[in-house]
Design a protein around this ligand. Structure first.
Ligand code: CTP
Length: 399
């Protein structure tokens, strides 16, 4: 099974002859659908050209702290946060020593030091360097730090000597990473539906009723669910956000269109997270030409109620399906949320309050309380990405 699709992988390449095998590794990972960012040490570039690597990965290779002519600084911190896994292959004696001791004199090491994800190393060096007590010591330090070592093989080395120090074959390294994601994909084989963004209800060709939702929370949930191995359908109202990687995104405009797309996807979903800020009302009559101020003299717009998507899905929910709603409230948050939980037949509701600073529409952060029929958990202010992870962790417990 391919667990690599949509995964964010940093491929660190240091300066050893085995760097030629990194090209095959890169190709295998990209072919499996992973997004790969190559970080190469200055010596690595002596063995393999950045042009080969950027052509295969589709991303500029990161190597220097600064871009020479523009003075642009490359942030190793954001790279470290972006990645689901970092693999250093080949990892030379020098790179292992720097990693073990935090010698941050190149981009590969600074990226390693700021990586929040699991890190693998595939050592490659001559047999005497491999057997040297300092290498043994550095590997032991790295192992204790949580780094996973993909042991080198015994075989003929570049020096023509035979011994331990040959980098593991790219196919096997790709398999190690694939298995790693398999074990860490709690939503593998699960279908997840997410609604996100606002809905626009047309008044005439130039005007609509809408709301301030940007879709950030729902997109974060969709991306996180995909990263956890789910097959994700995101039904999104109009937003300025790009389609998340590895997610099937269905773009809609109105509440009725959103309902139709959501019902279609819900039929075989295991989990549905209703994150959209659906307009509760739509104009009763759409005027198919621009309404003119002087000519039409409109004082009011007649409205009709929109369908409640969450409640409609709640009414047809099968046993075993988990339906999650959101409640954005300004006051009486908890009692309103509990009322929505039962009225819409939800299994879980995520309460966020506009009264909390940093929560709600447009921000990159959120502060939520996750409420089920039998539990309530209050979370601190976090990034929407981390909030998405908290919500999905809670859902995984109930699956
Ligand atoms: N929801 C929905 N369809 C609607 C309205 C809401 O699917 N027409 C979903 C939202 O996606 C959210 C939950 O229901 O998961 C609660 O949304 P909210 O707007 O807070 O609830 P309403 O029922 O509209 O209640 P009110 O406007 O009175 O707060």
């Amino acid at each position: 099974m391919n667990n690599l699709a949509g995964k964010h992988i940093i491929l660190g390449i240091s300066g050893g002859i085995a760097a030629y095998k990194s090209v095959t590794l890169l190709r295998l990972l990209v072919k499996a659908g992973a997004e790969v960012q190559v970080v190469i040490t200055p010596n690595g570039k002596e063995f393999i050209t950045p042009v080969t690597l950027s052509s295969l990965s589709g991303k500029p290779v990161v190597s220097e702290f600064f871009t020479a002519n523009t003075g642009e600084w490359h942030s190793h911190v954001s790279l470290g946060l972006w990645a689901d896994v970092m693999i250093v292959a080949p990892a030379t004696a020098s790179t292992l020593a720097k990693m073990a001791n935090g010698v941050a004199d190149n981009m590969l090491i600074t990226t390693y030091l700021s990586a929040k994800c699991p890190v693998f190393v595939a050592p490659a060096m001559d047999l005497d360097m491999m057997a040297h007590p300092s290498t043994t010591r550095n590997l032991a330090t790295l192992r204790a730090d949580g780094v996973r070592i993909i042991e080198p093989e015994v075989g003929e080395l570049a020096s023509h000597l035979v011994g331990r120090g040959r980098m593991e074959e790219p196919e096997n390294i790709a398999t190690v990473l694939n298995d790693f994601f398999g074990e860490n994909s709690p939503l593998a084989g699960r279908k997840v539906l997410v609604t996100a963004g606002p809905t626009y209800e047309r008044i005439d060709p130039v005007r609509f009723i809408g709301n301030f939702s940007t879709g950030k929370m729902g997109y974060a949930i969709a991306a996180e669910a995909a990263r956890l191995g789910a097959d994700v359908t995101l039904v999104s109202g109009p937003t300025a956000l790009p389609d998340p990687q590895g997610v099937t995104t269905v773009r809609v405009e109105s509440a009725r269109q959103m309902l139709e797309a959501a019902q279609k996807a819900f039929a075989d979903s295991d989990v549905a997270v209703m994150c959209a800020a659906v307009a509760d009302y739509a104009p009763a009559h759409y005027v198919d030409r621009k309404i003119k101020r002087e000519h039409d003299k409109v004082d009011s717009i007649e409205l009709v109620r929109n369908p409640d998507i969450a409640a409609t899905l709640g009414a047809t929910k099968r046993p075993g399906q988990i339906l999650v709603g959101f409640a954005l409230e300004t006051d009486n948050g908890e009692s309103n949320a509990r009322e929505k939980l039962s009225r819409k037949n939800l299994d879980m509701i995520v309460l966020n309050s506009l009264a909390d600073k940093g929560a709600g529409f447009g921000t990159d952060t959120n502060k939520v309380t996750i409420i089920t029929r039998s539990s309530e958990e209050i979370f601190p202010l976090k990034s929407k990405q981390d909030v998405a992870a908290d919500i999905l962790n809670r859902i995984i417990k109930d699956l």
